[in-house]
Design a protein around this ligand. Structure first.
Ligand SMILES: Cc1cc2nc3c(=O)[nH]c(=O)nc-3n(C[C@H](O)[C@H](O)[C@H](O)COP(=O)(O)OP(=O)(O)OC[C@H]3O[C@@H](n4cnc5c(N)ncnc54)[C@H](O)[C@@H]3O)c2cc1C
Length: 420
């Protein structure tokens, strides 16, 4: 009996569970395999929807589904947060005290946006990374805003969805233009990077648009603290700006269960091989998506493409074949850059993002994601994605450290700071 346990029922965890349930349906039926998905919540959010909630007034419940409706037959959903992952014992313990032993483990616990890591940030800033409710607070604040300085700041990297702060600035410009008060609003963009977007080619596309729209950029601004009473944001470099409304991407870290189990790096991210997503020093443990410190953007696309590879490799392991696949680091993050215009940040480990021209086609492709996301989670759109994304996986010689003795959680290596 092969027991697969997946911890985290977000984008990557749900998709991996469904892929395994489909591929192993005969084994599951005959009782020789089982797939457990351990999750915290019944509600499954489509996180990119936060931007529409914050800046376009979309209803928060538009982007949420019940997890059980998203799962294929054969997946056993355990709605009971994991409190301990013991790589030495090969087990996951849940909050209620249930112990799940595994033959294969997939860590898909995501990243946590945590405003409490910067003094004053939680009290002084709004954000669209901590969920639909907080995103709606931005929309509510915008309704009451009559004019002044709005600052969009990146207060920690890496963070989920690297294009999202730039996108927020564009959406604010659009919002105030439509309200007819754009001339009364100054939009400032504070970034720790040397330019508006970390990847140079993407910045080339954004810089002229920011200039055209009067969005002022301050580079090399590493947020140190916020003074909510005086409405000031300070940088480590000694700069300070006044604001009337502050929207800040909070610092992120790995999930509590990773930190408390001692299986993460200093930021709580799991160190894994960037091609196989195999956790370092472990033979049958994988980490995918935002939970890892693999230097690739924290995005749903990455979680999705990694899931395909990990599910494939687990099935190969269970069936005893040597058919191991690798992931080529393909990313494909959309960014709205004005009314009905978008670009895509596309790259792989070996090919950096290319020059981009804003287009209406890319805009509608981006808008379609909220509709196809739910179907994508059950694996039924893989042929279309293969056409869209191109070759994202390839056969590799198994680099498994199978000859090495199993170790508990060796977590060094990988800078994990990339925000392509
Ligand atoms: C505003 C915004 C816009 C975005 N836009 C895009 C976009 O346009 N394109 C794109 O590709 N990506 C986008 N993303 C990023 C994308 O949503 C994430 O990168 C993606 O969801 C990562 O998938 P994941 O499975 O790694 O983590 P998640 O989907 O975050 O799932 C992690 C899961 O683990 C669970 N978990 C945590 N701890 C435990 C525990 N102890 N026990 C059990 N379960 C646990 C959590 O509850 C959660 O369900 C955006 C994100 C945001 C916030």
């Amino acid at each position: 009996m092969a027991r697969v346990v997946i911890v985290g029922s977000g984008d990557g965890g749900t998709f991996t569970a469904n892929l395994l349930a489909a591929e192993l349906r005969d084994e599951i039926r005959h009782g020789s395999a089982s797939v457990y998905l351990v999750g915290e919540h019944l509600a499954h959010p489509f996180q990119p929807g936060n931007l529409d909630i914050a800046f376009k007034g979309a209803a928060p419940d538009k982007y949420v589904r019940d997890e059980t409706e998203l799962l294929r037959k054969g997946v056993e959903f355990v709605q009971d947060p994991a409190v301990k992952i013991d790589l030495g014992a090969g087990s996951v313990t849940t909050k209620s005290g249930r112990e799940l032993r595994y033959d294969y483990l997939v860590v898909a616990t995501g990243a946590v946006a945590d405003p409490s890591r910067i003094p004053g940030l939680a009290e002084g800033a709004l954000n669209f990374h901590t969920g639909p409710k907080d995103s709606q607070r931005i929309w509510d604040s915008l309704q009451a805003f009559k004019g002044g300085t709005v600052i969009v700041a990146i207060s920690g990297v890496p963070h989920k969805c690297p294009p999202s702060p730039d996108e927020a600035a564009f959406m604010l410009d659009d919002f105030f233009s439509k309200r007819g008060i754009r001339d009364k609003v100054k939009i400032k963009f504070l970034t720790p990077y040397p330019r508006p977007y970390p990847a140079e080619k993407i910045s080339h596309a954004i810089e002229p648009l920011f200039q055209e729209k009067g969005i002022e950029v301050t580079a090399f601004f590493n947020v140190d603290s916020v003074d909510p009473a005086r409405r000031k944001i300070y940088s480590l470099e000694g700069e300070a700006f006044d604001y009337d409304l502050l929207i800040a991407v909070p610092p992120h870290h790995g999930a509590d269960v990773i930190i408390n189990s001692g299986i993460g790096d200093e930021d709580g991210y799991v160190s894994a091989d960037k091609e196989t997503m195999k956790v370092r020093g472990q033979e049958r443990v994988y980490a995918i998506g935002d939970a890892t410190n693999i230097p690739v953007s924290k995005s749903g696309v990455v979680a999705h493409l990694q899931s395909v590879v990990v599910a494939h490799n687990i099935v190969s392991g269970i069936r005893g074949t040597k058919d191991v696949m690798g992931y080529n680091g393909r990313i494909n993050c959309p960014m709205e850059v004005g009314p009905r215009r978008a670009i895509f940040v596309s790259a792989t480990y070996t090919s950096p993002p290319t020059d981009q021209t804003p287009s209406i086609v890319k805009y509608y492709e981006k808008r379609s994601f909220s509709m196809i996301y739910w179907r994508a989670l059950n694996g039924s759109l893989e042929r279309i994605f293969d056409l869209f994304f191109g070759q994202t996986r390839y056969p590799i010689v198994d680099k498994a450290d199978s000859e090495k003795p199993a170790m508990t959680a060796e977590v060094a290596g990988g800078d994990g700071k990339k925000n392509a």
